[in-house]
Write a protein that binds this ligand. Structure first.
Ligand code: ZN
Length: 157
């Protein structure tokens, strides 16, 4: 039996309920919720709120930094996702208009247990990417996909 409907309001509600039950710290759950609602401080979101001079990604300088770019399309994130035990690869995620639609699609036909495992891994991987990106921009720490994957995996120990 599917655990989440793909109809928008009901599915949205179910997604929130599932996120709340993933085996991860509360800050990771909140981060995933904010990701799925495009409510994180990417360059594009800050620019749209007139809080940044430019919407361009400060890592690659190739595209506007949307939530989807920050997570999946910035080239350094690709090896992080490839090291991830999910059937999630950047090209397939590119087919979705938003993080929320990608998550809804991936969990809509899954059992609750599988959906929770998927969301937890997705959340921790996304969190590791977010932390590494910010450490590069604000602390000048070089981006390293291998270390980012290792950092993510440490949550499971
Ligand atoms: Zn980029």
């Amino acid at each position: 039996m599917p655990c989440a409907s793909t109809s928008s309001s009901n599915g949205h509600h179910n997604l929130w309920k599932l996120i709340w039950h993933i085996p991860a710290p509360p800050k990771i759950k909140m981060f995933l919720w904010r990701l799925s609602n495009n409510a994180i401080a990417t360059s594009l979101n800050l620019f749209n709120r007139k809080c940044a001079q430019s919407p361009v990604c400060q890592i690659c300088f190739q595209e506007r930094e949307s939530t989807e770019h920050m997570l999946f399309r910035c080239s350094w994130t690709i090896p992080v996702w490839f090291a991830c035990p999910l059937s999630l690869r950047p090209p397939s995620l590119d087919n979705y208009a938003s993080v929320q639609s990608a998550l809804m699609s991936k969990i809509s036909l899954a059992s609750k247990k599988i959906a929770l495992g998927f969301l937890a891994t997705f959340a921790l991987t996304s969190w590791a990417i977010w932390k590494a990106k910010n450490a590069n921009i604000f602390e000048d720490i070089p981006i390293n996909p291998a270390l980012t994957h290792k950092f993510k995996s440490s949550f499971f120990l």
